[in-house]
Design a binder for this molecule. Structure first.
Ligand code: GLY
Ligand code: MN
Ligand code: MN
Length: 428
């Protein structure tokens, strides 16, 4: 694992939070992700299963966590099953966790090899009544490939059809959406590495550099800080920025154009999510500056507006009403457009067509609820934008914030965002 060790207290406490939600006679099982195949005998790096990591700190393939807080034998209440290291694995794949290492990482005392799983699992299943199995319940997920958790759920229900089965995801979302101080510190670290990358870009970008050279600068900065890209970076010059999910990143940055950068680091599986829009030549034109400041005002106001008790729907509506005013002042929409807008399709949607923000954490579009009001400890992105294909540019800004009982805390407060700051840093 590339990141510095994390105090196992985080994972111990996370398991306690889950156990509090489990009714008596429960057993919960979580599986690692599969290693994603490519072509022929190729594969990609395995993204750790976020829920398994959250409860154990373990990132190794094939691992299984079993929780049964009421098991008769105290040694059966919390068990982590791992691949057993051997000479062959050592030669071909290198390091695998020893029992001692896994204990140190997770704080779990009962570490077993996978070969022991079937017998122990049967014993514990026969004692328990409620079985909590994990699944991907992200509302926007497109699930076409069966995960290890899904395979396990299918096989487990076939083998033990008379237990009462439950969705663990509901409970995982409930605890994961509220970040603890230790998690916020890790998110802040990802944000700080992201800021270093952005600082490097402010010195690097000039007419003639290509979008992929900008990407290369960033990955250099992230990897040397023990991090990686949190998501495929969007590095979009000029009109490319009007494609919301542009990530070809293969064009030259041209004099006079803006460059939209939706780029961030992931550290210890915790993700930052930053967007900045900078002038390739180091100075904004008057028009670019006007659009930029409109977006900045909306972002600032929406950061302030992210308060405990607010519903996402109302927060988003506030941003759209502000955006209507800004677009009117910029001459992009008219009073008549506003007059004929509908409740579901406000006039601003023509230029600001995506959501205002999303929960952030172990996943970039993290688990959370739009059916519940914001609560202290929620981490959200705030990312308004204006996209103007007919003028060949777009501006989006995105900061990451924590909702607290004392008001929002901006994790990106130190990442340059004012026009003057950006211009000064680019021309230094
Ligand atoms: N970078 C992905 C997003 O902003 O949601
Ligand atoms: Mn983003
Ligand atoms: Mn985002």
């Amino acid at each position: 694992m590339r990141h510095a060790p994390i105090d196992s207290k985080l994972f111990v406490e996370n398991r306690e939070r889950l156990k509090k939600l489990l009714p008596p006679k429960s057993i919960a099982i979580l599986n690692a992700n599969d290693i994603p195949p490519t072509n022929a005998d190729g594969s990609l790096m395995m993204p750790p299963n976020s829920d398994l990591f959250y409860l154990t700190g373990i990132e190794q393939e094939e691992s299984i966590l079993l929780l049964a807080p009421d098991a008769f034998d105290p040694k059966h209440r919390e068990i982590l099953f791992l691949r057993e290291p051997n000479e062959h694995l050592k030669i071909w794949e290198g390091y695998k966790h020893s029992k001692d290492d896994a204990k140190k990482i997770s704080g779990i005392t009962q570490i077993k090899w996978l070969s022991e799983f079937p017998v122990l699992f049967r014993q514990i299943m026969c004692e328990q009544e409620h079985v909590w199995l994990n699944s991907n319940e992200h509302k926007r997920a497109v699930v076409e490939v069966e995960s290890r958790d899904a395979r396990f759920a299918r096989e487990c229900q076939a083998k033990y059809p008379l237990h009462s089965y439950h969705r663990l995801a509901r409970l995982m979302h409930q605890i994961r959406v509220v970040k603890t101080d230790a998690e916020i510190a890790l998110l802040q670290h990802a944000v700080d590495i992201t800021a270093k990358g952005f600082d490097r870009l402010l010195k690097f970008v000039k007419p003639g550099v290509t979008e992929y050279e900008v990407e290369a600068e960033l990955i250099h900065e992230f990897v040397r800080n023990r991090a990686k890209f949190a998501y495929n970076p969007i590095i979009a010059g000029g009109a490319n920025a009007c494609t919301l999910h542009y990530n070809q990143n293969d064009q030259p940055c041209k004099k006079g154009e803006l460059l939209l950068l939706d780029v961030a680091a992931s550290y210890a599986n915790y993700n930052a999510d930053l967007t900045r829009t900078i002038p390739v030549s180091g100075r904004f034109t008057r028009r670019q500056k006007a659009v930029y400041n409109a977006v900045l005002r909306v972002m600032r106001a929406c950061i302030k507006g992210a308060t405990v008790g607010k519903f996402h729907r109302d927060w988003q509506k506030e941003s759209q009403l502000m955006m209507n005013d800004e677009l009117l002042a910029l001459g992009l929409i008219t009073k008549a457009d506003i007059k004929k807008q509908t409740e579901d399709e406000l006039a601003c949607r023509k230029y600001f067509m995506h959501g205002l923000g999303h929960p952030l954490g172990l996943d970039v579009h993290d688990v959370g609820f739009n059916t519940e009001p914001f609560a202290a400890g929620w981490v959200l992105t705030v990312e308004p934008g204006i996209y103007i294909p007919k003028e060949g540019f777009a501006v989006r800004l995105e900061n990451d914030i924590v909702v607290t009982s004392k008001g929002p805390v901006d994790l990106m407060a130190n990442t340059p965002v004012e026009v003057d700051e950006i211009e000064d840093l680019m021309n230094r």
